[in-house]
Ligand binder design. Structure first.
Ligand code: FE2
Length: 218
């Protein structure tokens, strides 16, 4: 289950002095007449959480790598192939070393690998993947542009773990999908949270590409 929001989530600490490492802000601090002592604190807004839903795997599949379009030796060719990639940063903009990103989603016919969904998912679709971010916080998955299923707009479930802690559970949506406005969970999001969780899937040389940056309280 997602960690409940706390006052700290909504209002990141304002009294901790944070060194500025980003280009524009560092330049501004360096040029300030009073110098380093007035370095501004800049906190990134954490990616909003959403419900885990009922279809997190009961048991992880044998193949849990980054490529959901290959499950063991089987290849899945339905739907639209997509890269989903980004970084996991903390609210100060630092890569979260050791963070694991998990995604899970239904196959093109709308079925999850889960007994609660009748066990009908295509065995060639991996349906779940887990990667550890690199030293820059980057992660990458090869998967499907998510498909719709009964009652839901297309989405990919996302969880971020750091050792035994769950830092984030949320859902990723496809920009401009006609189903978003009818989706009970997407509609619940305010404009800022919609913007954080809804990204374009842009055509590229090797399929679609979606960039999903993740910010967590680490
Ligand atoms: Fe779902």
């Amino acid at each position: 289950m997602p960690r409940p929001l706390t006052a700290r989530d909504a209002h990141p600490s304002g009294n901790r002095r944070t060194l500025i490492v980003t280009g524009a802000a560092a330049l501004a601090a360096a040029m300030a007449p009073t110098g380093f002592g007035l370095a501004q604190s800049r906190q990134l807004q954490p990616t909003p959480g959403q419900t885990e839903g009922p279809f997190y795997p009961v048991a992880l599949p044998a193949d849990t790598d980054f490529d959901l379009l290959r499950n063991g030796k089987a290849s899945y060719s339905r739907g639209q192939a997509a890269w989903v990639e980004g970084t996991v940063l903390d609210t100060a903009g630092r890569p979260v070393s050791g963070a694991m990103v998990e995604i899970w989603q239904c196959d093109q016919a709308g079925h999850y690998h889960h007994p609660g969904d009748g066990g009908r998912a295509d065995p060639a679709f991996q349906g779940f993947g887990r990667v550890t971010v690199d030293s820059d916080g980057r992660y990458r998955f090869r998967t499907l542009r998510p498909a719709a299923y009964s009652g839901r707009t297309p989405h990919i479930h996302v969880k971020v773990r750091l050792e035994r802690r769950e830092l984030l559970t949320t859902q990723l949506y496809v920009a401009d999908d006609a189903g978003n406005e009818r989706d009970f969970l997407w509609r619940r999001l305010n404009a800022q949270d919609r913007a954080a969780l809804t990204v374009p899937f842009v055509p590229g040389a090797d399929g679609l590409r979606a960039h999903f940056p993740i910010i967590v309280q680490a």
